[in-house]
Design a protein around this ligand. Structure first.
Ligand SMILES: Nc1ncnc2c1ncn2[C@@H]1O[C@H](COP(=O)(O)OP(=O)(O)OP(=O)(O)O)[C@@H](O)[C@H]1O
Ligand SMILES: [Mg+2]
Length: 247
């Protein structure tokens, strides 16, 4: 197990958004998180990757367990060095080219030699099918290409797990496919991924396990095949029907 979270809680202004969620991800697994808007999915990912501080709970990363109320900045930095995050809106630097976006973190934060960073950056962009777009700025790239740059930036840091927050939901349907196929390729190669998504096909066919979160709690989770074929909770079947109808 690479990641385990127990009883994670988070409130904003007294409103509880995460009400004690447990989850675990094994090395090499893809876990999908589904759920209606406002249910706490983004907050959950942000708390797990410390973009937001949880109020309480326990997080185990690579066999070390931390109390989320007490974890130190130093411990957070050490964990974050081994994880990566892909945002819905790409979060690229608009004044930097694709290759600069990918190498910036390596050169500045990780103090990597520029030549080595370029080599890794080129390989990462090649991996997502963008070796012919190294010197393009984000506004010269389609949404799907921008998201693939963001995935290359994640890959370049050689993470042990990548968190994705609705990576295709800002994209037109025809651009969604190119991003999902990169993600599927990573999954096939054994990358560990925790993916918030509305793409039912990805959850069903690529992820090993699927979780359904609503109002800050896990309503149901299971092996993806079983989860979709035989949901146990009425609320889960309703949700699956509703998002399937939209496709
Ligand atoms: N920084 C914040 N300050 C106050 N409230 C917040 C903050 N971030 C999130 N919330 C609230 O927490 C709840 C959960 O939000 P969150 O973004 O985690 O939902 P989500 O499941 O990701 O929804 P969506 O599918 O729309 O992305 C919402 O009610 C939201 O308004
Ligand atoms: Mg969200």
């Amino acid at each position: 197990m690479i990641l385990q979270v127990k009883n994670i809680r988070k409130a904003f202004d007294g409103m509880e958004v995460l009400k004690g969620i447990d989850l675990s991800v094994d090395k090499g697994d893809v876990v999908a998180i589904l759920g209606a808007s406002g249910g706490g999915k983004t907050t959950l990912l942000r708390c797990i990757n410390f973009l937001e501080r949880a109020d309480s709970g326990e997080l185990t990363f690579d066999n070390r367990t931390y109390d989320l109320a007490k974890i130190t900045n130093k411990e957070i930095a050490a964990i974050r060095r081994r994880t990566a995050f892909v945002f819905q809106n790409y979060n690229l630097f608009l004044n930097k080219t694709a290759i600069q976006n990918v190498t910036e973190g390596l050169i500045v934060a990780r103090k990597m030699d520029k030549g080595k960073a370029m080599e890794i950056g080129r390989a990462a962009l090649d991996k997502v099918g963008l070796s012919d777009r190294l010197d393009y700025y984000p506004n010269q790239l389609s949404g799907g290409q921008q998201q693939r740059v963001a995935i290359a930036r994640a890959l370049a840091t050689d993470p042990e797990i990548i968190y994705f927050d609705e990576p295709t939901s800002a994209l037109d349907p025809e651009l969604t496919g190119e991003v999902l196929s990169v993600m599927k390729e990573l999954a096939d190669e054994g990358m560990t991924m925790l993916v918030v998504t509305h793409e039912i096909g990805f959850a069903k066919n690529v992820s090993k396990r699927t979780m359904f979160i609503e109002n800050g709690v896990v309503v149901e989770q299971g092996e993806s095949r079983e989860f979709f074929a035989h949901p146990k909770e009425e609320r889960t079947s309703e949700f699956i029907r509703a998002i399937s109808a939209k496709e």
